[in-house]
Write a protein that binds this ligand. Structure first.
Ligand code: ADP
Ligand code: MG
Length: 551
């Protein structure tokens, strides 16, 4: 029988397990493996920084529903990609990091880029292992994919040493492994399903919170049916946005703080009571708030606030159970209640508070005015990437999502610099959709060199940089003799010129009246574009009720 080498077997096994994309940077010892991956039918995307490649891999995993790959060289390459492992772990998104490693026979000798990679990857992973034998590669890939995908999704690590990559074994020695099927959709206890509906019926001020766990579980059809039948007010979490359309009449997104603070019962679906949800605690939540919690991870139940009803299971399956249980009840939340009136009033007041900023045509412009044209222009099915503190927060309130898994941002870990990697992943996995990224100048700068990746693969990402010359905003102009503040960046830096120099199309838009034309021209251009919009460095957001923990 024919011989097969480690690189070939790894490529074949990954493809067999549904890993269709690898984002990475080649070099010792993985160069040959990347070429084998291409031969096996995997789309390989060569990037400029492992950090961005690791971000791309887990965004691709979230968007496609299977773990996708990140490939790095040994030592420093693996270390750089830990950024993505940690981010994937925090967001509960799958990915496989394949780290090249120095040859096993040199272990401990101070080999080139030798590092304790498995040990270091382990805290960021659900599963981390070194491959010791060529013939067992399919077994390890199966393990990695299964751990990444089943239960609460997360990142996994496979260490791939140089001598294993090059070693050969006979085909009949290979220990083959079955392709990992879609995760089983576990159901909640039937009694808990009834208890959840009874609790909802008993609430005066109920609120449903839809998190990105529901987006991940592809539960959008079930949730829509549930909301339509129960008529419950709901709120999408930052990346849950679009699982129910933001512009649905039952959305209370525009009254988020009031909805969270005054609800007497919150049905938390695939979202955690972490910092994004203010831990479920006062002053952001009612101190007596009752919680119904749906999560696939039993250990998550009761985190920070005890749950009155626990629905442990897969989001899509459990909301399906709720819908079936509704058949036996003649109940929906009434159309006119004091709670609905409070929420409507607050939403109206919030919208009125920002209207003057939306209508302000002064130069340099402000966030809200810039978003006005962006929102009018955004295609219905755009995948929207947002990051940079104010740009992301204001963008989240201004840019509606109508479809599930169409928003990517700094996420649970609050990671800045994910944007261009996410945009590459979105463009590669969704070639038929418009990809729009709106970033602050600081967020953009973390991985700005990925512009070259976008040009090389001609990814038609439409980037907008809202540029206030600083981290959070710079001080411009400086006083005579003033020391440069730590957060200052160059005001008016020509980031669009970087893209032009690399072969894409750039726009510099100072007057907001010119923004719409630039956006249209960018959309018509077949390739990456960047619109650089200098903002008034003092432009801010609507004053928040609590200055701390605003999201
Ligand atoms: P958000 O940022 O939207 O609030 P989080 O990341 O905090 O969301 O929470 C998502 C939750 O969804 C996690 O606790 C995770 O365990 C859960 N989850 C992941 N997959 C599923 C699934 N298939 N069904 C239900 N819950 C899931
Ligand atoms: Mg800035």
């Amino acid at each position: 029988m024919a011989e097969v080498n480690g690189a070939q077997l790894m490529a074949r096994s990954l493809k067999q397990q549904g890993v269709d994309y690898i984002f990475g940077i080649v070099g010792f010892p993985v160069q040959g493996f990347a070429a084998e991956a291409q031969r096996a039918g995997i789309t390989y995307v060569g990037m400029r920084n492992e950090q961005a490649a690791s971000y791309a891999a887990h965004a691709a995993g979230y968007l496609t529903g299977r773990p996708q790959g990140c490939l790095t060289v040994s030592g420093p390459g693996v270390i750089h990609a830990f950024a993505g492992l940690a981010n994937a772990k925090q967001n509960c998104w799958p990915m496989i990091l394949i780290g090249g490693a120095s040859p096993v026979y040199q272990n401990g000798m101070g080999g080139f880029q030798e590092e304790r990679q498995v040990e270091l990857a382990a805290p960021y992973c659900k599963y981390a292992h070194a491959i010791e034998h060529v013939h067992r590669i399919p077994y390890y890939v199966n393990q990695a994919v299964r751990h990444s995908l089943y239960g609460r999704p997360g990142p996994v690590y496979l260490d791939f040493p140089d001598d294993i990559i090059r070693a050969e074994c006979n085909e009949d020695e290979v220990i083959e492994a079955a392709a990992v099927p879609e995760p089983p959709r576990t159901q909640a206890e039937p009694d808990a399903v009834e208890a959840a509906l009874s609790a909802l019926e008993s609430a005066e001020r109920p609120l449903v919170v839809v998190g990105k766990g529901m987006a991940w579980s592809r539960a959008e059809d079930e949730i829509r049916e549930f909301i339509e039948r129960t008529q419950l007010p709901f709120l999408n979490s930052p990346m849950g946005k679009g699982t129910m359309p933001d512009d649905d009449p039952l959305s209370v997104g525009a009254a988020r703080s009031t909805a969270l603070r005054e609800a007497d019962l919150v049905f938390l679906m695939g979202a955690r009571l972490n910092w994004i949800m203010h831990y479920g605690l006062p002053p952001r939540f009612n101190k007596d708030v009752r919680i119904i919690q749906l999560d696939i991870e039993p250990e998550e139940i009761g985190a920070n606030v005890p749950a009155e009803v626990a629905l442990v299971g897969d989001g899509k399956a459990v909301v399906g159970q709720l819908n079936r249980a509704l058949d036996n009840r003649q109940w929906f939340y009434p159309s006119e209640t004091p709670w609905r009136a409070v929420l409507q009033e607050k939403a109206q007041a919030n919208m009125e508070a920002v209207q003057p900023m939306i209508d302000d045509d002064s130069v340099p412009t402000n966030y809200y005015r810039a978003f006005k044209d962006i929102v009018d222009w955004l295609p219905h099915d755009a995948i929207i990437i947002g990051e940079g503190a104010n740009t992301m927060d204001i963008g989240r309130t201004q840019m509606p999502n109508r479809l599930a898994r169409h928003r990517l941002d700094a996420g649970t870990y609050g990671t800045m610099g994910v944007g261009l990697g996410f945009a590459v992943a979105a463009a590669v996995t969704n070639p038929d959709k418009p990809i729009v990224s709106v970033q602050g100048d600081s967020a953009f700068g973390f991985t700005g060199m990925e512009l070259e990746t976008m040009v090389r693969y001609n990814l038609p990402v439409k980037m907008i940089v809202l540029n206030n010359g600083g981290i959070g905003g710079g001080v411009h102009p400086l006083k005579e003799g003033q020391t440069l503040p730590p957060g200052n960046l160059t005001y008016g830096a020509r980031y669009e010129g970087m893209l032009e120099a690399l072969g894409g199309k750039g726009f510099y838009v100072e007057d907001p009246k010119d923004l719409r034309a630039a956006l249209d021209e960018a959309m018509a251009y077949n390739g990456p574009t960047l619109i650089n919009v200098p903002l008034n460095p003092r432009a801010g957001r609507k004053p928040q009720q609590f200055g701390w923990l605003t999201t």
